[in-house]
Each structure stands twice: as structure tokens, then as C-alpha cells.
Design a binder for this molecule. Structure first.
Ligand SMILES: *Cc1c(COP(=O)(O)O)cnc(C)c1O
Length: 463
């Protein structure tokens, strides 16, 4: 029997802050998944972090992705879910390819852009949705509310589509999403309902927040599929282990470069290393939101507020939500507002992590150069990752085995690619035909009373 893993809060040592009562208990994975956040608003952290023997990782060589997923998932969940159920969850979650493409020498790009919404967020959202379905209270329907400004909503919506016992309501600002994004959100269908709000993203977020704290809605079993849920971090450990097993010689070290916004993706790599993966260095390039590379350089953390609008828009983050987890792993504490209460061991962090800010101009140049030199097509997020890797290698010397992550499909950025390269990238298989699909959102004003009426007359309690 494996060791039982419990989940504690990153805020457990946070004393003396008005309104914060540090929560010093622990919960199971199930509770961490269904609650999303600790009672003191800290993030859940697994303890102990399970270790996977390198022989088990090497045994994945040439095997399908689902085998790597089982190895990682059982390391965390063996005590809470049977092997048969996990096999089913994993098979349903990962039914699309995970290409590892060689760019030059042994430098690779791992394409995490082949899922239903052509974003790496599919990996985490699909597994989390199925775990939630399994762990929900029997007989009670779970109602997931999501406010979105675009991409996260469709990844979460697609992930929950057809999942038993769960309904999803996605609120988006009517005039702030692009035509294609609106199509993606409106046409998911089945148990996923799009709600087009006459207002801004902030209005959507406020409606959802009010609903969560409204005692008259308690019976509806509302939940969020929020990005700080540990259920979204666990699946993001898998692809690092998979990539290593397919490319490395036994015990060989590897460098990963992960374009970073809220640091959830990079956190997956940090956990993979702590589980035993021989990661030489984790490269975490950011766009012009450079609070983290500045911190590693100066030792002083200052968030950026408001965040800077860059080409790699999914990484426009001025205070990464998962920084709290990175700080905790290195012995520090930072709160949700960005105040550091205990500084982490920065020298240890510098030994393990390299971070650099990539400007929009460098991002564009990288897209053009990798295409011209290597015939390799990147979109803005993946270009930040690749350029970050190049800077790392320039500064620390060449390293044989490197993998950079492509987090979205270039066809999601047709104007930028067309402008730079004069070609229009073909839509991935999963998104073909999207423009012809039909769907009807429910239209809503930004008033909470109307939203509440809508919920009360539409939400199901039992299933
Ligand atoms: C969300 C996102 C990122 C950033 O990932 P984090 O886990 O927030 O660091 C990068 N690229 C794309 C395309 C994304 O959607």
C-alpha cells in the first residue's frame, strides 16, 4: 500500500494579517478537489510528494501517453480511487495525440495543442472534470459556474461536456470575446450552457462570486473549476514524465522550457522533478510581465498591477496565482495580494529555475526565425518558451537534451501569423468545422437578481 497523501494550505504559517486565520489542518485529495481552495484562501499542497522510481519512468519508453498518466495518477490517488476507475478516466481524458517534434539536434517542441480547444489547458481540465464527476456526492448534481474572458471557458466547457452528474454554466461578456471564441463557447452543447452577459468580464466574475456566497443557493451544490485547484495541477505533471521517458537515456538530465503566466504549467514540471525526474533546469520565460525574472535577479518581489498587455495574452499576469505554491516548496510564503511574508530560499530557486522576460518584439522575431531556419511554426506563447530556452543556452552553455512547450495551436492566432509569415495556419482537426456549428447562448443582463432567477429556475439538484 502506498503512503497516504494529505493536502495542507500555503497560508498555514500566515499569522498577524487582519481577516486571515491560518488553517493548520489537512484534507484528502477528494476534499481538496471539491473545495478548490483552503478555508484560509491558501492553495492546497500535497504532502508527502510521491516518488516514482526512474526504472518505472524508463519503462514508459515507446508506450502510449495514457500509461504515463496512469503512473502519475496512481502515485497520487491509489488510496482514493480504484485502478479500474482511473484507467477509464485517463482513457477518456487523453484521446488525442501528444507530438514531440524535433527542431534541431536533440532540442524538441512538445505540442500540447491537439486537444478539443487546441490549448494545453485541455490536459488539466479534461482529467479534473472526470475526477470531479467521480468524487461528487452520490445522487447530488454538481453545478459548475465559470466566468471567462475567452479561452479558459471553452477548455473547461469542452472538458465537462458529456461528463455524468455535472452541468456547466459559462458566463462571458457579450462584446468582449472574438467571433471565433463566441462560436467555441456557444456551440459546446449537451450539459454545457453558455450565458452571454450584457456587460464586462468583471461583471461576469462578480455574478459568479455572488452566487457562490449566496446562502439561498446552497442546495444547488455550486462549484468552480478554478485554475488554482490542485486537480488541475496533477495532470500537468504527466507530460513532463512522458516527454522524458520518450526521449532520454536512463538517468540522463533534461532541460524543460515552459512559457509561464499563472505558473500552473511550470509547477507541473517542478513536481515532476521532486517526484524523481532528472530535470537539470526548469526554464520559465515570461512575456513583459517580468515580476518573477526580476525577483530571481534582485531577491525582491514586486507584483505588476495592472498587468501588461502582451501578444502572448494568456500570460498577461502581474502576480501569478501559483507563485504561492512555488514559494511554499522553497520554504517561503506569499499571499494572494502579492505580499511576501516569508522569503523562500532564493539560492536554491536560482539553482533549479531560470527565468527571463521576452519582449513582444523578440516574440515576433522568434516566430519568424524558427519558421525561416527550421520550418517550425510557433504561436506567440510557444515562441516565448523557445526564445527563453535559447537565452538559457546562450547564458549557461549548450545542453544536449531540451524540450520546450507549445501551449496553443498557431491557428488560434491567424492574424499574427499571417502578418509575420504570410501564411494562414490550418485549423487543427479538433477545431475544423467550428465556424459552421450552431449554438444559442442564453442572453442575460448584468443584474444579480436576474442571474439568480435564472439559476433557480434552471439548475438541477439531483442526478
Ligand atoms: C494559460 C496559458 C499559458 C500559461 O500557463 P500558466 O499555467 O498560467 O503559466 C500559456 N499559454 C497558453 C496558450 C495558455 O492558455
Amino acid at each position: 500500500m502506498s503512503q497516504r497523501i494529505y493536502y495542507y494550505s500555503t497560508n498555514r504559517n500566515l499569522g498577524g494579517i487582519p481577516g486571515v486565520v491560518p488553517w493548520k489542518k489537512t484534507v484528502s485529495f477528494r476534499e481538496a478537489l471539491l473545495h478548490g481552495q483552503a478555508p484560509d484562501e491558501g492553495l492546497f499542497m500535497p504532502d508527502p510528494i510521491p516518488v516514482i522510481p526512474i526504472q518505472s519512468i524508463m519503462a514508459l519508453q515507446g508506450k502510449p501517453y495514457t500509461r504515463a498518466a496512469m503512473l502519475v495518477a496512481t502515485a497520487f490517488l491509489a488510496d482514493e480511487i480504484s485502478r479500474e476507475v482511473l484507467e477509464k478516466i485517463v482513457a477518456e481524458s487523453y484521446n488525442y495525440p501528444v507530438p514531440l517534434e524535433r527542431v534541431v539536434d536533440r532540442k524538441y517542441i512538445m505540442r500540447l495543442d491537439q486537444g478539443p480547444t487546441a490549448s494545453f489547458k485541455d490536459f488539466a481540465a479534461r482529467m479534473m472534470a472526470r475526477l470531479m464527476s467521480y468524487f461528487r456526492d452520490p445522487g447530488k448534481r454538481l453545478n459548475v459556474l465559470v466566468a471567462t474572458s475567452g479561452d479558459t471557458g471553452s477548455a473547461v466547457g469542452e472538458a465537462f461536456k458529456g461528463v455524468e452528474g455535472i452541468d456547466v454554466y459559462i458566463l462571458y461578456p457579450k462584446s468582449e470575446v472574438s467571433g471565433r471564441q463566441k462560436k467555441q463557447l456557444d456551440t459546446i452543447g449537451e450539459n454545457v450552457q453558455a450565458i452571454s452577459v450584457l456587460g464586462k468580464f468583471d461583471d461576469c466574475q462578480n455574478l459568479v462570486k455572488q452566487a457562490f456566497s449566496d446562502p439561498s443557493l446552497t442546495d444547488f451544490n455550486l462549484t468552480s473549476a478554478n485554475s488554482i485547484n490542485f486537480g488541475r495541477i496533477l495532470p500537468q505533471i504527466i507530460y513532463y514524465i512522458y516527454a522524458y521517458s520518450q526521449l532520454a537515456g536512463a538517468g540522463e538530465e533534461i532541460v524543460f522550457s515552459v512559457p509561464s503566466g499563472n505558473f500552473g504549467d511550470a509547477l507541473g514540471c517542478e513536481y515532476a522533478r521532486r517526484m524523481g525526474l532528472p530535470v537539470k533546469r526548469l526554464v520559465m520565460p515570461t512575456n513583459e510581465n517580468d515580476e518573477f525574472p526580476k525577483f530571481l535577479e534582485t531577491g525582491v518581489y514586486e507584483k505588476i498591477s495592472p498587468s501588461r498587455a502582451c501578444l502572448s495574452s494568456a500570460m498577461n499576469v502581474g502576480h501569478p496565482s501559483n507563485l504561492a505554491r512555488f514559494f511554499d516548496l522553497y520554504g517561503g510564503t506569499v499571499d494572494r495580494g502579492g505580499a511576501v511574508h516569508i522569503y523562500p530560499d532564493i539560492n536554491e530557486m536560482r539553482r533549479r529555475i531560470f527565468s527571463v522576460s521576452i519582449t513582444d518584439e523578440e516574440t515576433r522575431k522568434t516566430i519568424k526565425r524558427t519558421y525561416d531556419q527550421h520550418g517550425f511554426l510557433l504561436e506567440p506563447h510557444g515562441a516565448v518558451g523557445w526564445r527563453g530556452l535559447e537565452v538559457y543556452l546562450e547564458r549557461y552553455g549548450d545542453f544536449p537534451l531540451c524540450v520546450s512547450i507549445e501551449t496553443a495551436h498557431p491557428a488560434k492566432f491567424p492574424d499574427e501569423i499571417e502578418g509575420l509569415l504570410g501564411i494562414s495556419p490550418e485549423l487543427p482537426e479538433s477545431m475544423k468545422g467550428i465556424d459552421q456549428k450552431k449554438g444559442k447562448p442564453f442572453a442575460l443582463s448584468a443584474s444579480y437578481e436576474n442571474f439568480k432567477d435564472y439559476l433557480k429556475s434552471n439548475l438541477k439538484v439531483r442526478s
